[in-house]
Ligand binder design. Structure first.
Ligand SMILES: [Zn+2]
Length: 244
C-alpha cells in the first residue's frame, strides 16, 4: 500500500473507533457522571502511554528540538483555546442546554483530536509498524473519549445516530493532521524531533488540562490511578503484540 494511503487508512480507522464509544449510550440519555470519570481516566492513561512511546530516547534522540517542540505545543494549544474562548469551558456538563455549548465542546474535541493526528503522522513517518502501534493505541483511547462526547450530546437530546456521526466527525482532524504531518516530515526529515516534541507536549497538556481535572470530581484520585494504570498495562500488552 502507498505510504500516504496507509496513513489515511490507520488514522481513519482510529477516528471511526470513536463510534464504538457511543454504543453504551444506546437507549440511555443521561449516564451516571461516574461513567464519564472512568472513560476520561482510561483515555488519559492511553494518551499518556502514547506520549511516553513518542518520548522514547531511541526514537527522539535530539533532546533540544524535542523540548522546544513540546513547549511550542503547549503555547499552541493554549493559544487556540484562548482565541476560541474555550479556555474555561467545562467539557463534561450533562444536560447543559445552551445552544452554543454543543458547538464549543465539538470544537474542543476537534482541536484535541488534531493534536493526536500529529502523533500518528510523526509515528508513521518513523516506521509503518510504529505508526500502526501508536494509531491503534489512540484508536482504543478514542473509544472512551467517544463515550464522554456522546454522553454530553445524548444528555442534550441528540439522537443516537447523530451522536455516532458527531463522535466520528470530532476525530476528522486526526486524519487531516496525520496526513499533513506525515507529508511534512517525509519531505523534511529534520523536523521530526520537533514534531515528536509537539505531539508529546500536546498530549500531555490535554491529559493534564482537559481529561483528568473533571474526572477528579467524578470518580476521585484512587479510581483515576487505577484506570490510568489499567490503560498503561493495556498499552504495554499492545506493544508486546504489535512490536514484539
Ligand atoms: Zn485524546
Amino acid at each position: 500500500m502507498e505510504p500516504v494511503l496507509l496513513v489515511v487508512s490507520v488514522s481513519a480507522a482510529a477516528a471511526a473507533a470513536a463510534a464504538l464509544g457511543v454504543l453504551p449510550l444506546i437507549g440511555r440519555e443521561t449516564p451516571p457522571a461516574t461513567w464519564l470519570g472512568w472513560a476520561n481516566a482510561l483515555a488519559a492513561g492511553m494518551m499518556l502511554a502514547s506520549a511516553f512511546a513518542l518520548a522514547d530516547i531511541r526514537i527522539s534522540p535530539q533532546t533540544w528540538p524535542f523540548a522546544f517542540g513540546a513547549v511550542a505545543a503547549i503555547v499552541f494549544v493554549h493559544a487556540t483555546r484562548t482565541l476560541s474562548q474555550t479556555e474555561e469551558l467545562r467539557l463534561n456538563l450533562l444536560g447543559e442546554a445552551s445552544p452554543e455549548y454543543g458547538y464549543e465542546v465539538l470544537l474542543v474535541a476537534s482541536l484535541h483530536s488534531a493534536a493526536e493526528g500529529v502523533a500518528i503522522g510523526a509515528a508513521m513517518a518513523t516506521s509503518a509498524p510504529f505508526g500502526i502501534f501508536v494509531a491503534t493505541a489512540l484508536a482504543l483511547h478514542n473509544i472512551p473519549e467517544g463515550t464522554v462526547l456522546a454522553a454530553v450530546f445524548r444528555s442534550r437530546g441528540v439522537p443516537i445516530g447523530s451522536t455516532i456521526a458527531l463522535a466520528v466527525v470530532s476525530n476528522l482532524g486526526q486524519i487531516l493532521m496525520a496526513v499533513t504531518t506525515f507529508a511534512i516530515v517525509t519531505a523534511s526529515p529534520a523536523v521530526l524531533p520537533w514534531t515528536f516534541g509537539f505531539a508529546v507536549g500536546a498530549l500531555a497538556y490535554l491529559v493534564m488540562g482537559d481529561l483528568l481535572p473533571e474526572s477528579y470530581d467524578q470518580i476521585g484520585p484512587k479510581s483515576i490511578a487505577f484506570a490510568v494504570i489499567l490503560a498503561l498495562w493495556a498499552f504495554a500488552l499492545l506493544h508486546a503484540v504489535l512490536l514484539p
